[in-house]
Design a protein around this ligand. Structure first.
Ligand code: ATP
Length: 540
């Protein structure tokens, strides 16, 4: 992971936000190459899910044909949106503070082991994971009991690594950064929504929130979309945009940030077909990552246990990736695909809902009135063919653009061997990004800076520019130029050499196979477009 992070900085994929002021934890900027990569991820998603979707035919595996449209909603919305959606009351994590180190931890992200020495039994806690966590706990236990490494056998371990959430006796806990016992405060709720104020006055009545997800903008516009377009059930509304969560412990590069981008679909369907649509979307979304290059051996589709489901969800599956910063065998969420029933539309009609037995009912306050009133608008759907009126059910595939970008980067990063300038095998860093995602699609080089080669190369560059993001480079040895492009994932390099003036052909080189072949200089735009879109193949 360190090598990936260092490449990202060195070649301008990502930087820490406000770095010259020491950075701001949980915020990341995308550099000149990173912005192209993330745009390509977003655009691939939008194109595959929305603009290239053909509503006239049922895609493979889908219960029927369906329509897809898009939206772009505001980040700050009416505060009642978050009260009715449940985020105001329920969108929190638990945190614990250490009185000694003054550090703050997310309760469920601290783990540790119970250990006994003589008659003292303590829980040694750590924020690390996997083998590093084991080592850290051992090291801390030795230090706490004043032992040397050779005395490790006098410690009696009573548990494997377990979560701090299983621990009741906080007076026995040695916190991750503390020297004495019992320094952690009891867990406290912490709402993850960022608060702000709308207008000149900063009183509570002007308080508003930065959205923690893009989904709610779609629900509150459901009727607007129905009334302004001719979409009929089943159909999906897609949105890409920034979301904000005041994460207690942002970490693992961009994986857990406080400002990030989501790519969400709310798919509306008839209740009796919702199971089949849920199955369709969970499979379709998994396949999307595979098609763009994530290896199946590092990607999984995990169905939630019934105990993990939100109170309204009838089924949720996460698409998860084995990020290299995780312990071996661990996976991190890329996307959640949830069957949300009619919870969201009903909440915005009736008010905040809670589960009562098997049903959902409006939560009431001490005065017997709804705790948070809904909009009162009728968000039901009228089916003109069957003459039925009902509240549609919703399937929600909710992906993170930053986590997807990070996963594609991690998957693409490889170190292998390729011949250097003198033809000797040498270590090479290469990003094997899918051509659709690569920030730069092709680089154009004159072999040397003379004999008319730069002029021809510039003409090819100019012809490619309107089609895709290309790069021109005439400095240094050509082998070194290839390597610089390999390192940032450019799939194809075009070189103008001494043969070009004679027969009008150039060399094209493939990043992954290192294969080189000749094409006509005039054909460069058609060949590059074909190779990127997958309609042309690298010759055998
Ligand atoms: P986690 O359990 O990892 O906090 P979550 O289950 O809360 O994630 P969702 O609410 O389902 O996440 O959000 C949908 C998607 O948004 C996630 O799958 C992830 O890709 C992205 N996402 C959520 N929180 C963050 C974050 N703090 N930083 C980056 N991406 C995020």
């Amino acid at each position: 992971m360190d090598a990936i992070v260092s490449l990202c900085r060195r070649r301008g994929f990502m930087f820490q936000s406000s770095e010259i002021y020491g950075g701001l934890n949980g915020f990341w900027d995308y550099g000149p190459l990173g912005v192209e990569l993330k745009r390509n991820v977003r655009e691939a998603w939008w194109r595959d899910m929305v603009t290239s979707h053909n509503e006239l035919v049922a895609p493979p595996g889908a219960p029927s044909s369906f329509a897809m449209v898009g939206l772009d909603c505001t980040i700050i919305m009416h505060p009642q949106v978050w009260k009715c959606s449940g985020h105001y009351d329920l969108f929190h994590d638990y945190m614990v503070d250490c009185r000694e180190s003054k550090r703050r931890y997310r309760h469920d992200q601290v783990q540790g082991r119970w250990v006994v020495k003589d008659d003292q039994r303590i829980f040694v806690a750590t924020e690390l994971v996997g083998a590093e966590a084991e080592e850290d706990v051992l090291h801390k236990a030795l230090k706490f009991f004043g032992l040397r490494a050779k005395d490790a056998e006098s410690l009696r371990w009573e548990s494997p690594l377990v979560s701090l959430t299983t621990v009741e006796r906080f007076d026995r806990v040695l916190a991750p950064d503390a020297k004495t016992l019992g320094t952690l405060t009891p867990p406290r709720e912490f709402n993850l929504m960022f608060k702000t104020y709308v207008g000149a006055l900063s009183g509570e009545e002007n308080a508003a929130f930065l959205r923690p997800e893009t989904a709610q903008g779609i629900f509150v516009n459901f009727k607007n979309v129905l009334d302004s377009t001719r979409v009929k059930l089943p159909f999906g509304i897609a949105q890409v945009g920034k979301s904000f969560r005041n994460e207690i412990t942002p970490r693992n590069f961009t994986f857990r940030s406080r400002e990030f981008e989501q790519m969400e679909i709310e798919f509306f369907c008839r209740p009796e077909t919702s199971r089949a649509w849920y199955e369709y979307w969970r499979n379709r979304r998994y396949q999307w990552y595979v098609d763009l290059g994530l290896g199946r051996e590092r990607l999984r589709l995990r169905d939630h246990e019934p105990s993990e489901l939100s109170h309204y969800s009838c089924g949720t599956a996460d698409v998860e990736y084995a990020f290299p910063f995780l312990a071996p065998g661990d996976f991190g969420e890329l996307e959640g695909v949830a069957h949300r029933g009619d919870f969201d539309l009903r909440s915005h009609m009736e008010g905040k809902l809670v589960r009562q037995g098997d049903a959902l009912a409006v939560e009431v306050g001490p005065d017997g009135q709804p705790k948070y009133r809904g909009s009162g608008r009728d968000l039901a759907y009228f089916d003109d063919e069957t003459r039925e009126k009902f509240v549609p059910h919703v399937i929600e595939p909710s992906a993170g653009a930053d986590r997807a970008t990070l996963a594609f980067l991690c998957e693409a990063y490889q170190e292998d061997e390729a011949p250097d300038e003198s033809g000797k095998p040498a270590k090479r860093t290469v990003l094997r990004l899918h051509p659709r995602l690569a920030p730069i699609k092709a680089a154009v080089f004159p072999l040397v800076k003379k004999d008319g080669m730069p002029e021809i190369a510039r003409d090819i560059y100019a012809a490619l520019k309107p089609l895709c993001n290309v790069f021109y480079d005439e400095k240094g040895a050509v082998g070194r130029r290839y390597r610089r492009q390999d390192e940032i994932g450019t799939p194809f390099c075009i070189t103008v050499d001494s043969q070009t003036a004679a027969d009008g052909t150039v060399t094209i080189r493939d990043r992954d196979t290192l294969k080189q072949w000749r094409i006509r200089a005039d054909d460069c735009p058609a060949v590059i477009s074909g190779l990127i879109s997958g309609t042309a193949q690298i010759p055998e």
